[in-house]
Design a protein around this ligand. Structure first.
Ligand code: ADP
Ligand code: ZN
Length: 609
């Protein structure tokens, strides 16, 4: 058996390498560079952890996520791996200790932030040590076009200049072809072998719901599918984050806000609670989540439209990292489109950049409005094709109804025209519905032929306008208080050359349960109580040791214990997710616990007979 496979089994407790892990690891062990694109949850960490252990010396991991370093190091320690980090949160004494260990070649993995890795004293220190490899995590931060741009990342070539012989690996979960090329150039990785893994996350169920009253819809979704699960809710503004967290708390969920306006301490505390307790909801702006390594996030909900499909993919990717079913849920409505278009128009970026933004936003809208398989569209966006519709998204499971909206669209457009393209959506809808509001009377718009013309209700009109805007027939002019303007595309629609088929308005009373179930609920009914008992037991262990529960054992591992009921250390060793160190730490305890539990069950069964 290769040394790498041996480590995978003995330290991490996994039987097989996944995807291209083996090739990537071999590449680094042989001293070559690698560039890895793998979706969140794919298993990137092992790709540098294992070669760092096989090769002589310490693996240096550059990561922008200081807040996570402690957790990563703790999790590795539980697998019996010597890891450490150096960052500004440590005392001088702690830093000295790490330096001593590094010199003594006692550390397999050292995590550092990019700022620190570039400092002269750090480079000097490395010169006296043995280095196994450099790993550059979240490598897309190097891209100036991206949303996570970090200028320090562009200087990381310094490491290579100082230590040209040391193999490097750059990893990211979010990069299109262009970003990949940028990473290659900026980090001088032209010679690196590329490993691009499929972007498909088959365990995620994609759902986009349209209409207004997002929060109510969110609440129904949570009640029906995730009444006790951990998840993340994304909102666009800090204010919305605060409000939503309070709202969910009032309804009885433990929901905590997270955004850049909160002080560091509060943010760290909320993140800690989310990681360590079960069933917590984090309500966040996009500031939260980069690199969050919590495997059992069961849903990610968007209360706003994400900026582009890259963000959407990355944010939803934080759900279901353990490979179990999870939900990617989004609510969006008319106002979202208007806000997004406004933000774009107001941005002071140069024209070329704006065109890129524009293209990306259109792709995002297209994804929301489409009636076909969402996964096919998402993958196509990342240059990947999926032959068949996936069967695991809302459009696949309940194909949306469409209606011929040509007539209604003509009324709407002609009303926009007759009111002089000077009014926003609400006003135009009031005219269409024949609401005799003061402003309308003052403008004498009750005299128009389109006053009170249609038989759609307010929601249906809004749905129609949303789609007309999304499809590019209308746009809201921000220099003019959001007045609706027509585009040249309207012409074929108005003169009858074109028909318009649109999505039917979703009545909010219609609720569809998603197919996802918790890992535990897939078990035999008879095993579920043990699963719950094991979770409680794990929680106690976690509290005693001050680590998140999943660092002790994953849900998947607990589920396997319920199924197999291991009765000896040898049997327990066969359960995925239990390595030598965990066997040593928890083995006896787990067997005792399971044995006792199974005995109690028998007694109970006897008594009820
Ligand atoms: P990424 O960094 O790509 O988002 P991680 O490295 O955090 O993903 O891995 C995601 C999860 O998959 C972790 O819980 C990890 O332990 C698990 N994992 C990684 N490799 C394997 C494997 N070969 N077999 C089983 N589980 C694995
Ligand atoms: Zn689908």
């Amino acid at each position: 058996m290769s040394q790498a496979l041996d480590i995978l089994r003995s330290r991490f407790g996994y039987a097989q390498f996944r995807f291209q892990q083996q090739q990537i690891i071999d590449c680094l062990i042989s001293g070559q560079d690698a560039l890895v694109l793998m979706p969140t949850g794919g298993g990137k960490s092992l790709c540098y952890q294992i070669p760092a252990m096989v090769r002589d010396g310490t693996g240096i991991i550059i990561s922008p996520l200081i807040a996570l370093m402690q957790d990563q190091v703790d999790a590795l320690a539980l697998n019996g791996i010597n890891a450490a980090f150096l960052n500004s949160t440590q005392t001088l004494e702690q830093q000295r200790l790490v330096r001593r260990q590094l010199h003594a070649n006692e550390i397999d993995l050292l995590y550092v932030a990019p700022e620190r890795a570039l400092g002269d004293d750090f480079l000097e220190m490395l010169a006296d040590c043995r280095i196994a490899l450099f790993a550059i995590d979240e490598a897309h931060c190097v891209s100036q076009w991206g949303h996570d741009f970090r200028p320090d990342y562009q200087k990381l070539t310094r490491l290579h200049e100082h230590f040209p012989e040391i193999p490097r690996i750059a990893l990211t979960a979010t990069a299109d072809q262009r970003t990949l090329r940028e990473i290659e150039q900026q980090l001088q990785l032209q010679e690196a072998r590329r490993f691009v893994h499929s972007f498909d996350r088959p365990n995620l169920f994609y759902r986009v719901t349209q209409g207004d009253n997002n929060r109510q819809r969110l609440w129904r979704f949570l009640q029906q599918n995730h009444s006790a699960d951990a998840g993340i809710v994304y909102c666009l503004s800090r204010k919305r984050v605060e409000e939503t967290a309070r709202w969910l708390s009032d309804k009885g969920r433990l929901a905590l806000p997270y955004h850049a306006g909160l002080d560091k301490h509060t943010r760290a505390e909320h993140q800690r609670i989310f990681l360590q307790q079960e069933g917590v909801i984090i309500v966040a702006t996009i500031a939260f989540g980069m690199g969050i390594d919590k495997p059992d996030v069961r849903f990610v909900a968007h209360l706003n439209l994400p900026k582009n499909l890259e963000s959407y993919y990355q944010e939803t990717g934080r759900a279901g990292r353990d490979g179990e079913p999870a939900d990617a849920w989004m609510a969006y409505g008319l106002q979202d489109i208007i806000t997004l278009r406004q933000m774009m128009a107001q941005s002071d970026a140069d024209d070329q950049f704006k065109r890129v933004l524009h293209h990306k936003m259109e792709a995002m809208l297209g994804f929301c409005e489409q009636t076909g398989c969402r996964r096919q569209t998402l993958l196509a966006y990342f240059d990947e094709s999926l032959e068949q519709p996936c069967g695991n998204c809302d459009n696949c499971v309940e194909p949306p109804q469409t209606w011929n909206a040509t007539e209604a669209a003509r009324m709407a457009l002609s009303c926009v025209y007759r009111t002089g393209q000077r009014f926003g959506v609400n006003y135009v809808i009031d005219v269409l519905m024949g609401n005799a509001r003061d402003r309308i009377m003052q403008n004498r718009h009750d005299q128009l032929s389109t006053f009170g013309i249609g038989d759609l209700d307010n929601n249906e009109w809004r749905s129609l306008f949303r789609q007309l805007i999304a499809l590019g027939y209308l746009y809201a002019d921000i220099d003019n208080y959001g007045a609706l303007k027509m585009t040249p595309d309207c012409k074929p629609l108005l003169n009858g050359a074109k028909q318009l088929l649109l999505r039917k308005f979703e009545r909010s009373s219609k609720v569809v349960k998603s197919k996802t179930t918790k890992p535990g609920t897939e078990l035999q009914a008879a095993d579920t109580p043990l699963f719950e008992a094991l979770r409680l037991h794990r929680k106690q262990l976690a509290q005693e040791q001050g680590v998140p529960p999943y660092v002790i054992l994953h849900d998947k591992t607990l589920a396997a214990i319920c199924e197999q009921r291991p009765d000896s250390i040898e049997e327990l060793e066969l359960i995925p997710g239990i390595g030598a160190r965990k066997l040593e730490l928890y083995g006896e305890d787990l067997i005792q616990f399971t044995r006792q539990y199974s005995r109690d069950e028998l007694i109970l069964a006897d008594e009820t007979d």
